[in-house]
Design a protein. Structure first.
Length: 615
């Protein structure tokens, strides 16, 4: 059951957060489903919800566990909720889950980054404690979104091999809440915004079950709580005089309040924050509110010590502060949708977001046993002889595409109303060197465009295995997004002195497409505190020299409309000789302290205007 309206308490709705310490058990022998663990767990330990389970305990087998883990908690369903619809809502479960209450299945979901819910009325005991059990599975395949595989060793132990360069954190990563909602209620809201001069416009569409004789009214309030417009019915247009636009760095938000009322009684009410702004592409320009915008910022991860990918409002707020300090105006949600609470904060802060699906790893690493380490040098240098035909696999064209479309649909459905979202990224670094990829992405892009009521620009992120002239999917994108590592994975060390020229030559080629270009990744691994003169790779000095080379290429390309360094902060990856306890390309350390590069970027970005930037 989908549950994309964010849980909010109103005069008609009740929300109880049941996150906290839950009972937890690892299903080492894959017996829980057949042995009836859904009816209650024994021999458990504690686990924090939300969090990744991987980094809390000291057991390596738990950190790298492949398969099912089980959670259990108890909750009280108040008697006064008996006349309401009672739901349990999960912010996410990575990568799939089944939920039981009092031994009865109430929900299941595939995909690790979207909310889902189950209705409890037929199974819950009102006025009593109830038992909730969840099984979460983290296995990957070439058809899951994201992609990977499972390797089994001679001793029977299995390991998930992700086809992506970040740790496969698993568990209940976001809050779990009980909802008590009116049986006849508002179920969805969609807004389209526009403006002309000082006159703003909000078109609204509301899906609701409205009782006979009841009326649906809509009111729009400004940031001070003053009513500025009103309407009636499930569809309409609201005019806003002297409009305050949502802009990068100035996240002005109105509140659209929908109310179902009958005979003076409010049956249901739901408020939605709305930012009035426009987004479109014209030629090589990316326009926000009809002005050419320049992206400054980072690719990022939901990643921090101990929590893994678990939601933490402190980490989110700290990240927002650092983004503001450094002069960034944008991020990409690499490589999956972030928590709803992060998106709400981005709306309020005026942070521009390229919103990405979890489609990462769409490149065949089975020739390497699924091992990222074995493929890394080849991927970074543009070689693709051994990784081919991913999109020709029958299972990818069928089940893989079905899962990809589901991920696109859920992402857009959840985040369609966020003013901060200016572009959708359909996939990160797929192998697009074959004709089959062009056909695949043609269909996925068409589907994505059919899902977005705001008709925002669509993109995917190109990797060097498919340079200009060889990429079969770029024609479907509105914006060219490139991940490039001239001076790190290729032309590193002493040869880095020519990296900028090589990068500039490729950018010149891509510029002939007549589309805006955003560099969504460029970076060099850097160990904080390692200094060397003359520089060497991994030193902080090398990272600065590397950035100089990249920016020289950027500043000479008129079609380039943005730079997002990889990465905002150091983050955890798979274990291997290519990584020193994770990826160290951050401008900040994993505990959010600046490297030399952070000060360098701050100096550069504070001199670059958000709008009408000229290289």
């Amino acid at each position: 059951m989908t549950a994309f309206l964010y849980p909010q308490e109103t005069v008609s709705r009740r929300v109880v957060d049941i996150s906290g310490l839950w009972k937890f058990k690892v299903d080492t022998d894959s017996e829980g489903r057949s042995e009836g663990w859904k009816d209650g767990l024994t021999n458990t330990t504690d686990m924090a919800v939300p969090s990744s389970y991987n980094d809390i305990y000291t057991d390596k087998a738990l950190r790298d566990h492949c398969g099912d883990v089980w959670y259990q908690t108890e909750f009280l369903a108040p008697k006064e909720w008996q006349d309401l619809d009672v739901l349990v809502r999960f912010g996410s479960a990575t990568h799939r889950a089944i939920v039981w209450v009092n031994g009865e299945e109430v929900a299941s979901h595939e995909g690790g980054y979207m909310p889902f819910a189950g209705k409890l009325n037929d199974v819950v005991k009102f006025g009593q404690k109830n038992t909730l059990v969840v099984v979460v599975n983290n296995e990957l395949s070439e058809t899951t979104i994201p992609c990977g595989n499972v390797k089994q060793y001679d001793d029977g132990v299995r390991e998930v091999k992700p086809w992506f360069d970040f740790f496969n954190y698993s568990g209940l990563h976001r809050p779990v809440k009980l909802l008590a909602l009116p049986k006849q209620r508002i179920t969805d809201m969609t807004v389209l915004t526009d403006f002309e001069g000082s006159q703003g416009k909000v078109d609204f569409t509301i899906e609701a079950d409205i009782p006979a004789g009841a009326l649906l009214s809509v009111k729009l309030y400004d940031a001070d709580g003053k009513q500025v417009s009103q309407g009636e019915g499930t569809k309409g247009e609201l005019q806003v005089d002297n409009v305050n636009l949502w802009q990068p760095g100035k996240g002005y938000l109105y509140t659209l309040e929908a109310t179902i009322e009958k005979e003076g009684e409010i049956l249901d009410q739901y408020p939605l924050e709305v930012g009035i702004r426009t987004v479109k592409v014209e030629g090589t320009k990316f326009l926000i509110n009809n002005e050419p915008f320049y992206f400054k910022g980072f690719g990022k991860h939901e990643d921090s010590d101990h929590r893994g990918r678990g939601y933490d409002p402190v980490v989110n707020l700290r990240d927002m502060e650092l983004l503001n300090w450094i002069g960034a105006n944008s991020i990409r949600t690499s490589h999956y949708p972030y928590a709803e609470e992060f998106m709400q904060l981005a709306d309020r802060k005026g942070l521009v977001v390229i919103n990405e699906t979890p489609a990462v790893g769409q490149i065949n690493l089975l020739p390497f046993g699924g091992d990222m380490g074995g493929a890394f040098a080849m991927l970074g240098s543009g070689g693709s002889n051994q990784v081919q035909n991913f999109f020709e696999l029958d299972q990818v064209k069928s089940k893989g595409m079905e899962n990809h479309k589901d991920a696109v649909r859920e992402l857009i459905q959840r985040d369609k109303n966020h003013a901060c979202v200016v572009m959708w990224s359909i996939s990160n670094e797929p192998d697009t060197t074959h004709e089959a990829a062009g056909e695949y992405f043609g269909e996925v892009f068409d589907y994505a465009r059919s899902q977005d009521p705001q008709n925002r620009p669509m993109t995917f992120v190109n990797v060097l295995v498919a340079p200009h002239g060889k990429c079969k999917a770029a024609q479907h994108a509105d914006v060219i997004c490139l991940n490039r590592y001239y001076g790190w994975y290729m032309m590193g060390g002493y040869e880095m002195r020519n990296a900028g020229k090589a990068f500039a030559a490729e950018l010149s080629s891509w510029s002939t497409e007549g589309k805006p270009i955003v560099i969504t990744e460029y970076g060099a691994d850097t160990m904080a505190g390692v200094h060397k003169l003359p520089s060497v790779q991994w030193s902080e000095e090398y990272q600065i020299e590397y950035l100089d080379q990249q920016h020289e290429a950027f500043d000479g390309c008129e079609a380039l409309v943005g730079e997002q360094m990889w990465n905002f902060a150091d983050f955890q990856t798979w274990e291997g000789i290519m990584r020193v306890d994770g990826n160290k390309k951050g401008a900040f350390t994993r505990n959010r302290q600046p490297k030399m590069s952070a000060h360098y970027l701050k100096s550069r970005w504070e001199k670059i205007a958000d709008f009408n930037h000229k290289p």
